[in-house]
Design a protein around this ligand. Structure first.
Ligand code: ADP
Length: 268
């Protein structure tokens, strides 16, 4: 935890310099371990789609005279290369986020607009599964942040809500202002998550059901990315879930004050 590390450093500055160095090394060692784990996970996760691409290319070569087979293998090749692309993009995104404690140039953003963009990105998949996404009324809330990252975070939650819901279900998205905090809530009536898995779903590459996640094209990195995006915005994320009846994810961000309207006669 970065804040803890700083606190230890400040408390011991000056008097116990040697101890300070020891603390630092432990922290460096821990970070190194986290990095090594990540690299090991990545290698493992990349192996399957890379092997599949190789096998499918070989099968394509051999099936050259059989158009039906060619079409089948080519379509699977497209799926696997799409998975590889997504996986690589998300790995890069996550490693960037992990190296970041805070935003460098936050902008004043309208939360309703962020939510609308995130929901738009999920429309096609939702329509295909006859899932209705209901967006609540406008909140007028503002936050300081990075628009691309926040849209991505909310979109990840909405996409999960759609992916883990049965056909015809309803997904609800809402924004509330609550005492200086902006709450973005995504609710679904899907499969839900068992209590034992709840604390693990934010871990990199963790999936409750490998087969299902793979089928929907999941990488297991989505929620980990969401958690990091929310953290560098000074917020947090919470989840409630009931297996069999659905889940609710809530992102909480510090609300930014509305800029004071310029007085008449002010020069820009
Ligand atoms: P994935 O790419 O597999 O969806 P995520 O990091 O987004 O990866 O989510 C991790 C796991 O948490 C998923 O594989 C799934 O098991 C579970 N999960 C996430 N969102 C939901 C949801 N809305 N309903 C049920 N399970 C969910």
């Amino acid at each position: 935890d970065a804040s803890m590390r700083v606190r230890v450093r400040l408390a011991r500055l000056g008097t116990r310099y040697v101890l300070l160095l020891a603390e630092d090394r432990t922290e460096a060692f821990r970070l190194d371990e986290v990095r090594r784990d990540f690299v090991a996970n990545i290698s493992h996760e990349l192996k399957t789609p890379i092997a599949a691409v190789g096998l499918l290319a070989e099968a394509l070569e051999q099936a050259a005279d059989e158009p039906v087979q060619v079409r089948r293998f080519a379509s699977r090749l497209t799926t696997e290369s799409g998975r590889l692309t997504r996986l690589t993009q998300e790995i890069i995104e996550l490693s960037r986020l992990q190296a970041q404690d805070a935003l460098t140039e936050p902008e004043l953003l309208n939360v309703d607009t962020i939510v609308a963009s995130a929901v738009d990105l999920s429309r096609v998949v939702a329509d295909a599964a006859k899932i209705t996404i209901a967006v609540g009324k406008k909140s007028g809330a503002l936050v300081n942040g990075d628009e691309r990252l926040l849209v991505m975070a909310v979109h990840n939650l909405v996409a999960n809500a759609v992916n883990y819901s049965p056909e015809g279900a309803r997904v609800g998205v809402g924004v509330r202002r609550n005492d200086g905090v902006v709450e973005i809530t995504v609710t679904d009536q899907g499969v839900g998550i068992q209590e034992a898995d709840l604390e693990r779903i934010f871990e990199r590459f963790f999936r409750v059901d490998q087969a299902r996640s793979r089928h929907t094209g999941g990488t297991g990195l989505g929620l980990s990315i969401v958690k990091h995006v929310v953290q560098i915005h000074g917020g947090d994320i919470r989840v409630w879930s009931q297996p069999g009846s659905g889940s609710t994810f809530t992102i909480r961000l510090p609300e930014a004050p509305h800029p004071a309207p310029a007085a008449i006669g002010d020069t820009p």
